[in-house]
Design a protein around this ligand. Sequence first.
Ligand code: UDP
Ligand code: MG
Length: 319
Amino acid sequence: MRGSRVSYVFPIYNETGNIDLLYRTVDEVVRGLPYEIELIFVNDGSRDDSLAKLRALAADDPRVKVLDFARNYGHQIAVTAGLDASTGDAVIIMDSDLQDPPRVSIDLLAKWEEGWDVVYAQRRSRKDTPFKKATAAAFYKGLRYMSEVDIPANTGDFRLLDRRVVDELSKYKERDRFLRGMVSFIGFDQTAVQFDRDERHSGESGYPLGKMITFATDGIMGFSTFPLKIISRIGFVAAAFSVVGIVYVLVMKLFVPQVVVAGWAFIVLSILLMGGLQLIMLGILGGYVGRIYRQVQQRPLYALRDERPSPVALVTPIA
Ligand code: UDP
Ligand code: MG
């Protein structure tokens, strides 16, 4: 055996309808395994009674650890906190809505025992909306084209990481986190296990379109400077066209002054086009600048409620 201890990390955002079933399913799966198990639930500022459910589990089961965020910091930060708190020789990251079937973790562990350091669960099929499938496919294709790291297709964060990888990952202090990219970037021996992704058991997705776009941008800007290259190329092409335009206008003015150079439509269109392009380019630059700004602020990634001293301890006794 490669280790005796295995941790599971579950990010939790409004999963009240899933927690009990998740716990029971995982409990059943790990019962047959020869490892000491640790179940880490990270409550990412849920607005429902997820936390109460988790506390109840922790009260009955010493394997359960609950981390409670001071607010909603987002899925990637929640997973990061779980990894930081984990003590296992291997750590399994899983969604908490039962889209990632807990029994697949047995296959992940089997591969780990064979000597692999990262075993990602790769979706053979997924039951999501056609829109989500199409955008995800396009995004991963684009990302693979643009970035220097090879991020495997059809994988989420459902994966097993060996302790060595978790320790490496903890050295990465970037704020705008795209964990699956970071894991690919780190390296070690990585392999895949195929699985069929289920539907969300209960509740709603915590990834509305806005969050998905932010997440996709984190993936691209965190692992590629391709957008910067592209905007400078567009700039060169536009400059080349403008030289042609300048020559044309000057020649017409100097040598054929009797012809009135045609119209305002062209001027308006080119102003709009160039204006639009410039704004997009500024936005791309702004995206990188914002990332630099957040990074140099060096704020901690998250705050845990439990680590606050209790109010009693703050009261100074009157002498
Ligand atoms: N999640 C989280 N914080 C958030 C949003 C989601 O911890 O702000 C958790 C959520 O509880 C789930 C996992 O991240 O365990 C994946 O989220 P979800 O299932 O909503 O995403 P989808 O499967 O729709 O992409
Ligand atoms: Mg889900």
